[in-house]
Design a protein around this ligand. Structure first.
Ligand code: BG6
Ligand code: MG
Length: 220
């Protein structure tokens, strides 16, 4: 059995990836930049300021905004995003995830959270999942964003587990790269992800029997 399963939050536990997109689309439109869902995929797993930098570059406007103007834009995006979080309830947990967390606990497997979102604690509370994770890595203490493995390694350290004995779960390409670089096995959720050790279409397929079969097959 693995020692721990470490989860990304946005797009894995709940569908906040779409809420991030809607908030960024509004702020980008204010400064005359159009973004679509396809471009948004590149923002998944990327920190707030790094996302803004990618958007400004995408619109060819990275020279037009100094640090204080960027901070103002990022602050407006976050205000819109935090507003939209009031929609979240325990019903917003993606299919199968609450039951997977319970099953892992029953199996004696630790659970960790590795989200770069500064809003992660508020989201877990809104979903009623605060007590479901043995350790949540603190995004405010990170020096490097995904695809750097720092956050997954911090989660392993907090859980006192060996990365080589753990599984990481992600919906973002940057997140898959971070898991792979940490030495954990990677599970990707969603189409089009590259380099995942196991790729599933949706969280409905993410069950303990599926993870156990994958783990056993990788140990041979
Ligand atoms: C990640 C999301 O989980 O958190 C990114 O995938 C987001 O889209 C990042 O930019 C930072 O989130 P926040 O809530 O701190 O702005
Ligand atoms: Mg994600």
């Amino acid at each position: 059995k693995p020692q721990a399963v470490i989860f990304d939050l946005d797009g894995v536990i709940t569908d906040t990836a779409h809420l991030h997109f809607v908030a960024w689309r509004n702020v980008a439109a204010e400064v005359g930049i159009m973004i679509d869902e396809k471009f948004n995929a590149e923002l998944k797993g990327i920190s707030r300021m790094a996302s803004l930098e990618r958007i400004l570059r995408h619109g060819g406007k990275d020279a037009a905004f100094d640090l204080s103007a960027r901070e103002a834009l990022a602050g407006r995006k976050n205000a819109l995003y935090v507003d939209s979080l009031s929609q979240l309830t325990p019903q917003s947990v993606l299919p199968g995830m609450t039951s997977l967390l319970h099953t892992l606990k029953a199996q004696g497997i630790k659970t960790g959270l590795a989200s770069v979102s500064l809003n992660a604690p508020a989201i877990l509370t809104a979903l009623g999942l605060q007590s479901h994770f043995d350790f949540c890595a603190d995004a405010s203490r990170l020096k490097r964003s995904k695809p750097d493995p720092e956050i997954f390694l911090a989660a392993c350290e907090g859980l006192k587990v060996d990365p080589a004995r753990c599984i990481g779960i992600e919906d973002a390409q940057a997140g898959i790269e971070a898991i792979n670089a940490s030495g954990m096995l990677s599970v990707g959720i969603g189409v089009g992800l590259k380099h995942a050790d196991l790729l599933l279409d949706s969280t409905e397929e993410l069950t303990w029997p599926r993870l156990e079969a994958f783990w056993n097959q990788q140990q041979r």
